[in-house]
Design a protein around this ligand. Sequence first.
Ligand code: GRF
Length: 198
Amino acid sequence: MINLAILISGRGSNMEAILKSVKKNKIPVKPAVVISNKPDAKGIKIAQKLGVKTVIIESSGIKGGSWDYDKKIVSVLEKYGVTPKNGLVCLAGFMRIMSPEFIRHFKGRIMNIHPAILPSFPGLHSQRQAVEYGVKYSGCTVHFVDEGVDTGPIILQAVVKVKNNDTEESLSKRILIQEHKIYPKAINLFAEGKIKIK
Ligand code: GRF
């Protein structure tokens, strides 16, 4: 069985969708721990209500990409049995850049969800970028994390039509509905050994 860790920084709606889907659809992973870098992340309480262990590793004042900080994450993951052999680390609104060392340590075992059809609109405020650019379709992407920003191998995508009167908020809402569907699906594919990175 794969031991699953979810890393969050805020609302935690993707985390919630994943945890609920793991239970409901019997996805063969064990939710081992939810880690937040923000003590006030709303998702922490949601995880606790769903019976999952939570750990806060405060990151304020520590630059993204710091291996010293990420080592703390590795040691918490190890404590909860999430290892490079049997673990899966899902970033779900985790607002930090991971260090190259962390990415190499968990190579091919870190996933992220991004609210755009990559490689379009990487980075922050993707939904705003999509509305401002005037694209007619956007969506979301689940991908493996590599050493770039939103550049790793793509696992699943869902397309959302952009309406003429869409705002960043209205588009974000419709994309989020799709995020909640494809992230659990991608985890299921991984858990069933159906993903190969070529
Ligand atoms: C989502 O839009 C996700 O695509 C992006 O950050 C947001 C996190 O939302 N990476 P939530 O915390 O899962 O509700």
